[in-house]
Design a protein around this ligand. Sequence first.
Ligand SMILES: [Ca+2]
Ligand SMILES: [Ca+2]
Length: 120
Amino acid sequence: MTQVQWGTVYVADEEIVPQVAYTVLWDLPTEGVYKIGGATTWKWGDANHDGVVNFVDVSTCVDVENGLCPVSVYACDVVGLVGCAPDAWVNGVDVDRVIDAYEGLSYGASTNCPAPPCAP
Ligand SMILES: [Ca+2]
Ligand SMILES: [Ca+2]
């Protein structure tokens, strides 16, 4: 499968933060580790991935919180109730963080989670 065939892949972990480029590896126990591509996580708060954080992102995540699905749940699941990793549940905490992003707060300032590393 090629990187183009992947489409959008939702990943979550405390070490995965917005707008950072990651290398994708395929670990085959008997054959070794292969680099199969790379991907950059979405901009902080950009739930519809159009490159802009605006009221549409906030509205989209309110809809997801209310059970409507204009985007994947994972697009609005930006934090967990406990800890920094998303918890596969969109609630008011996630919407508040998207509002923070809309208001210009960075990921680190909004969540108190480790911010993305500085660009070289
Ligand atoms: Ca957007
Ligand atoms: Ca969440």
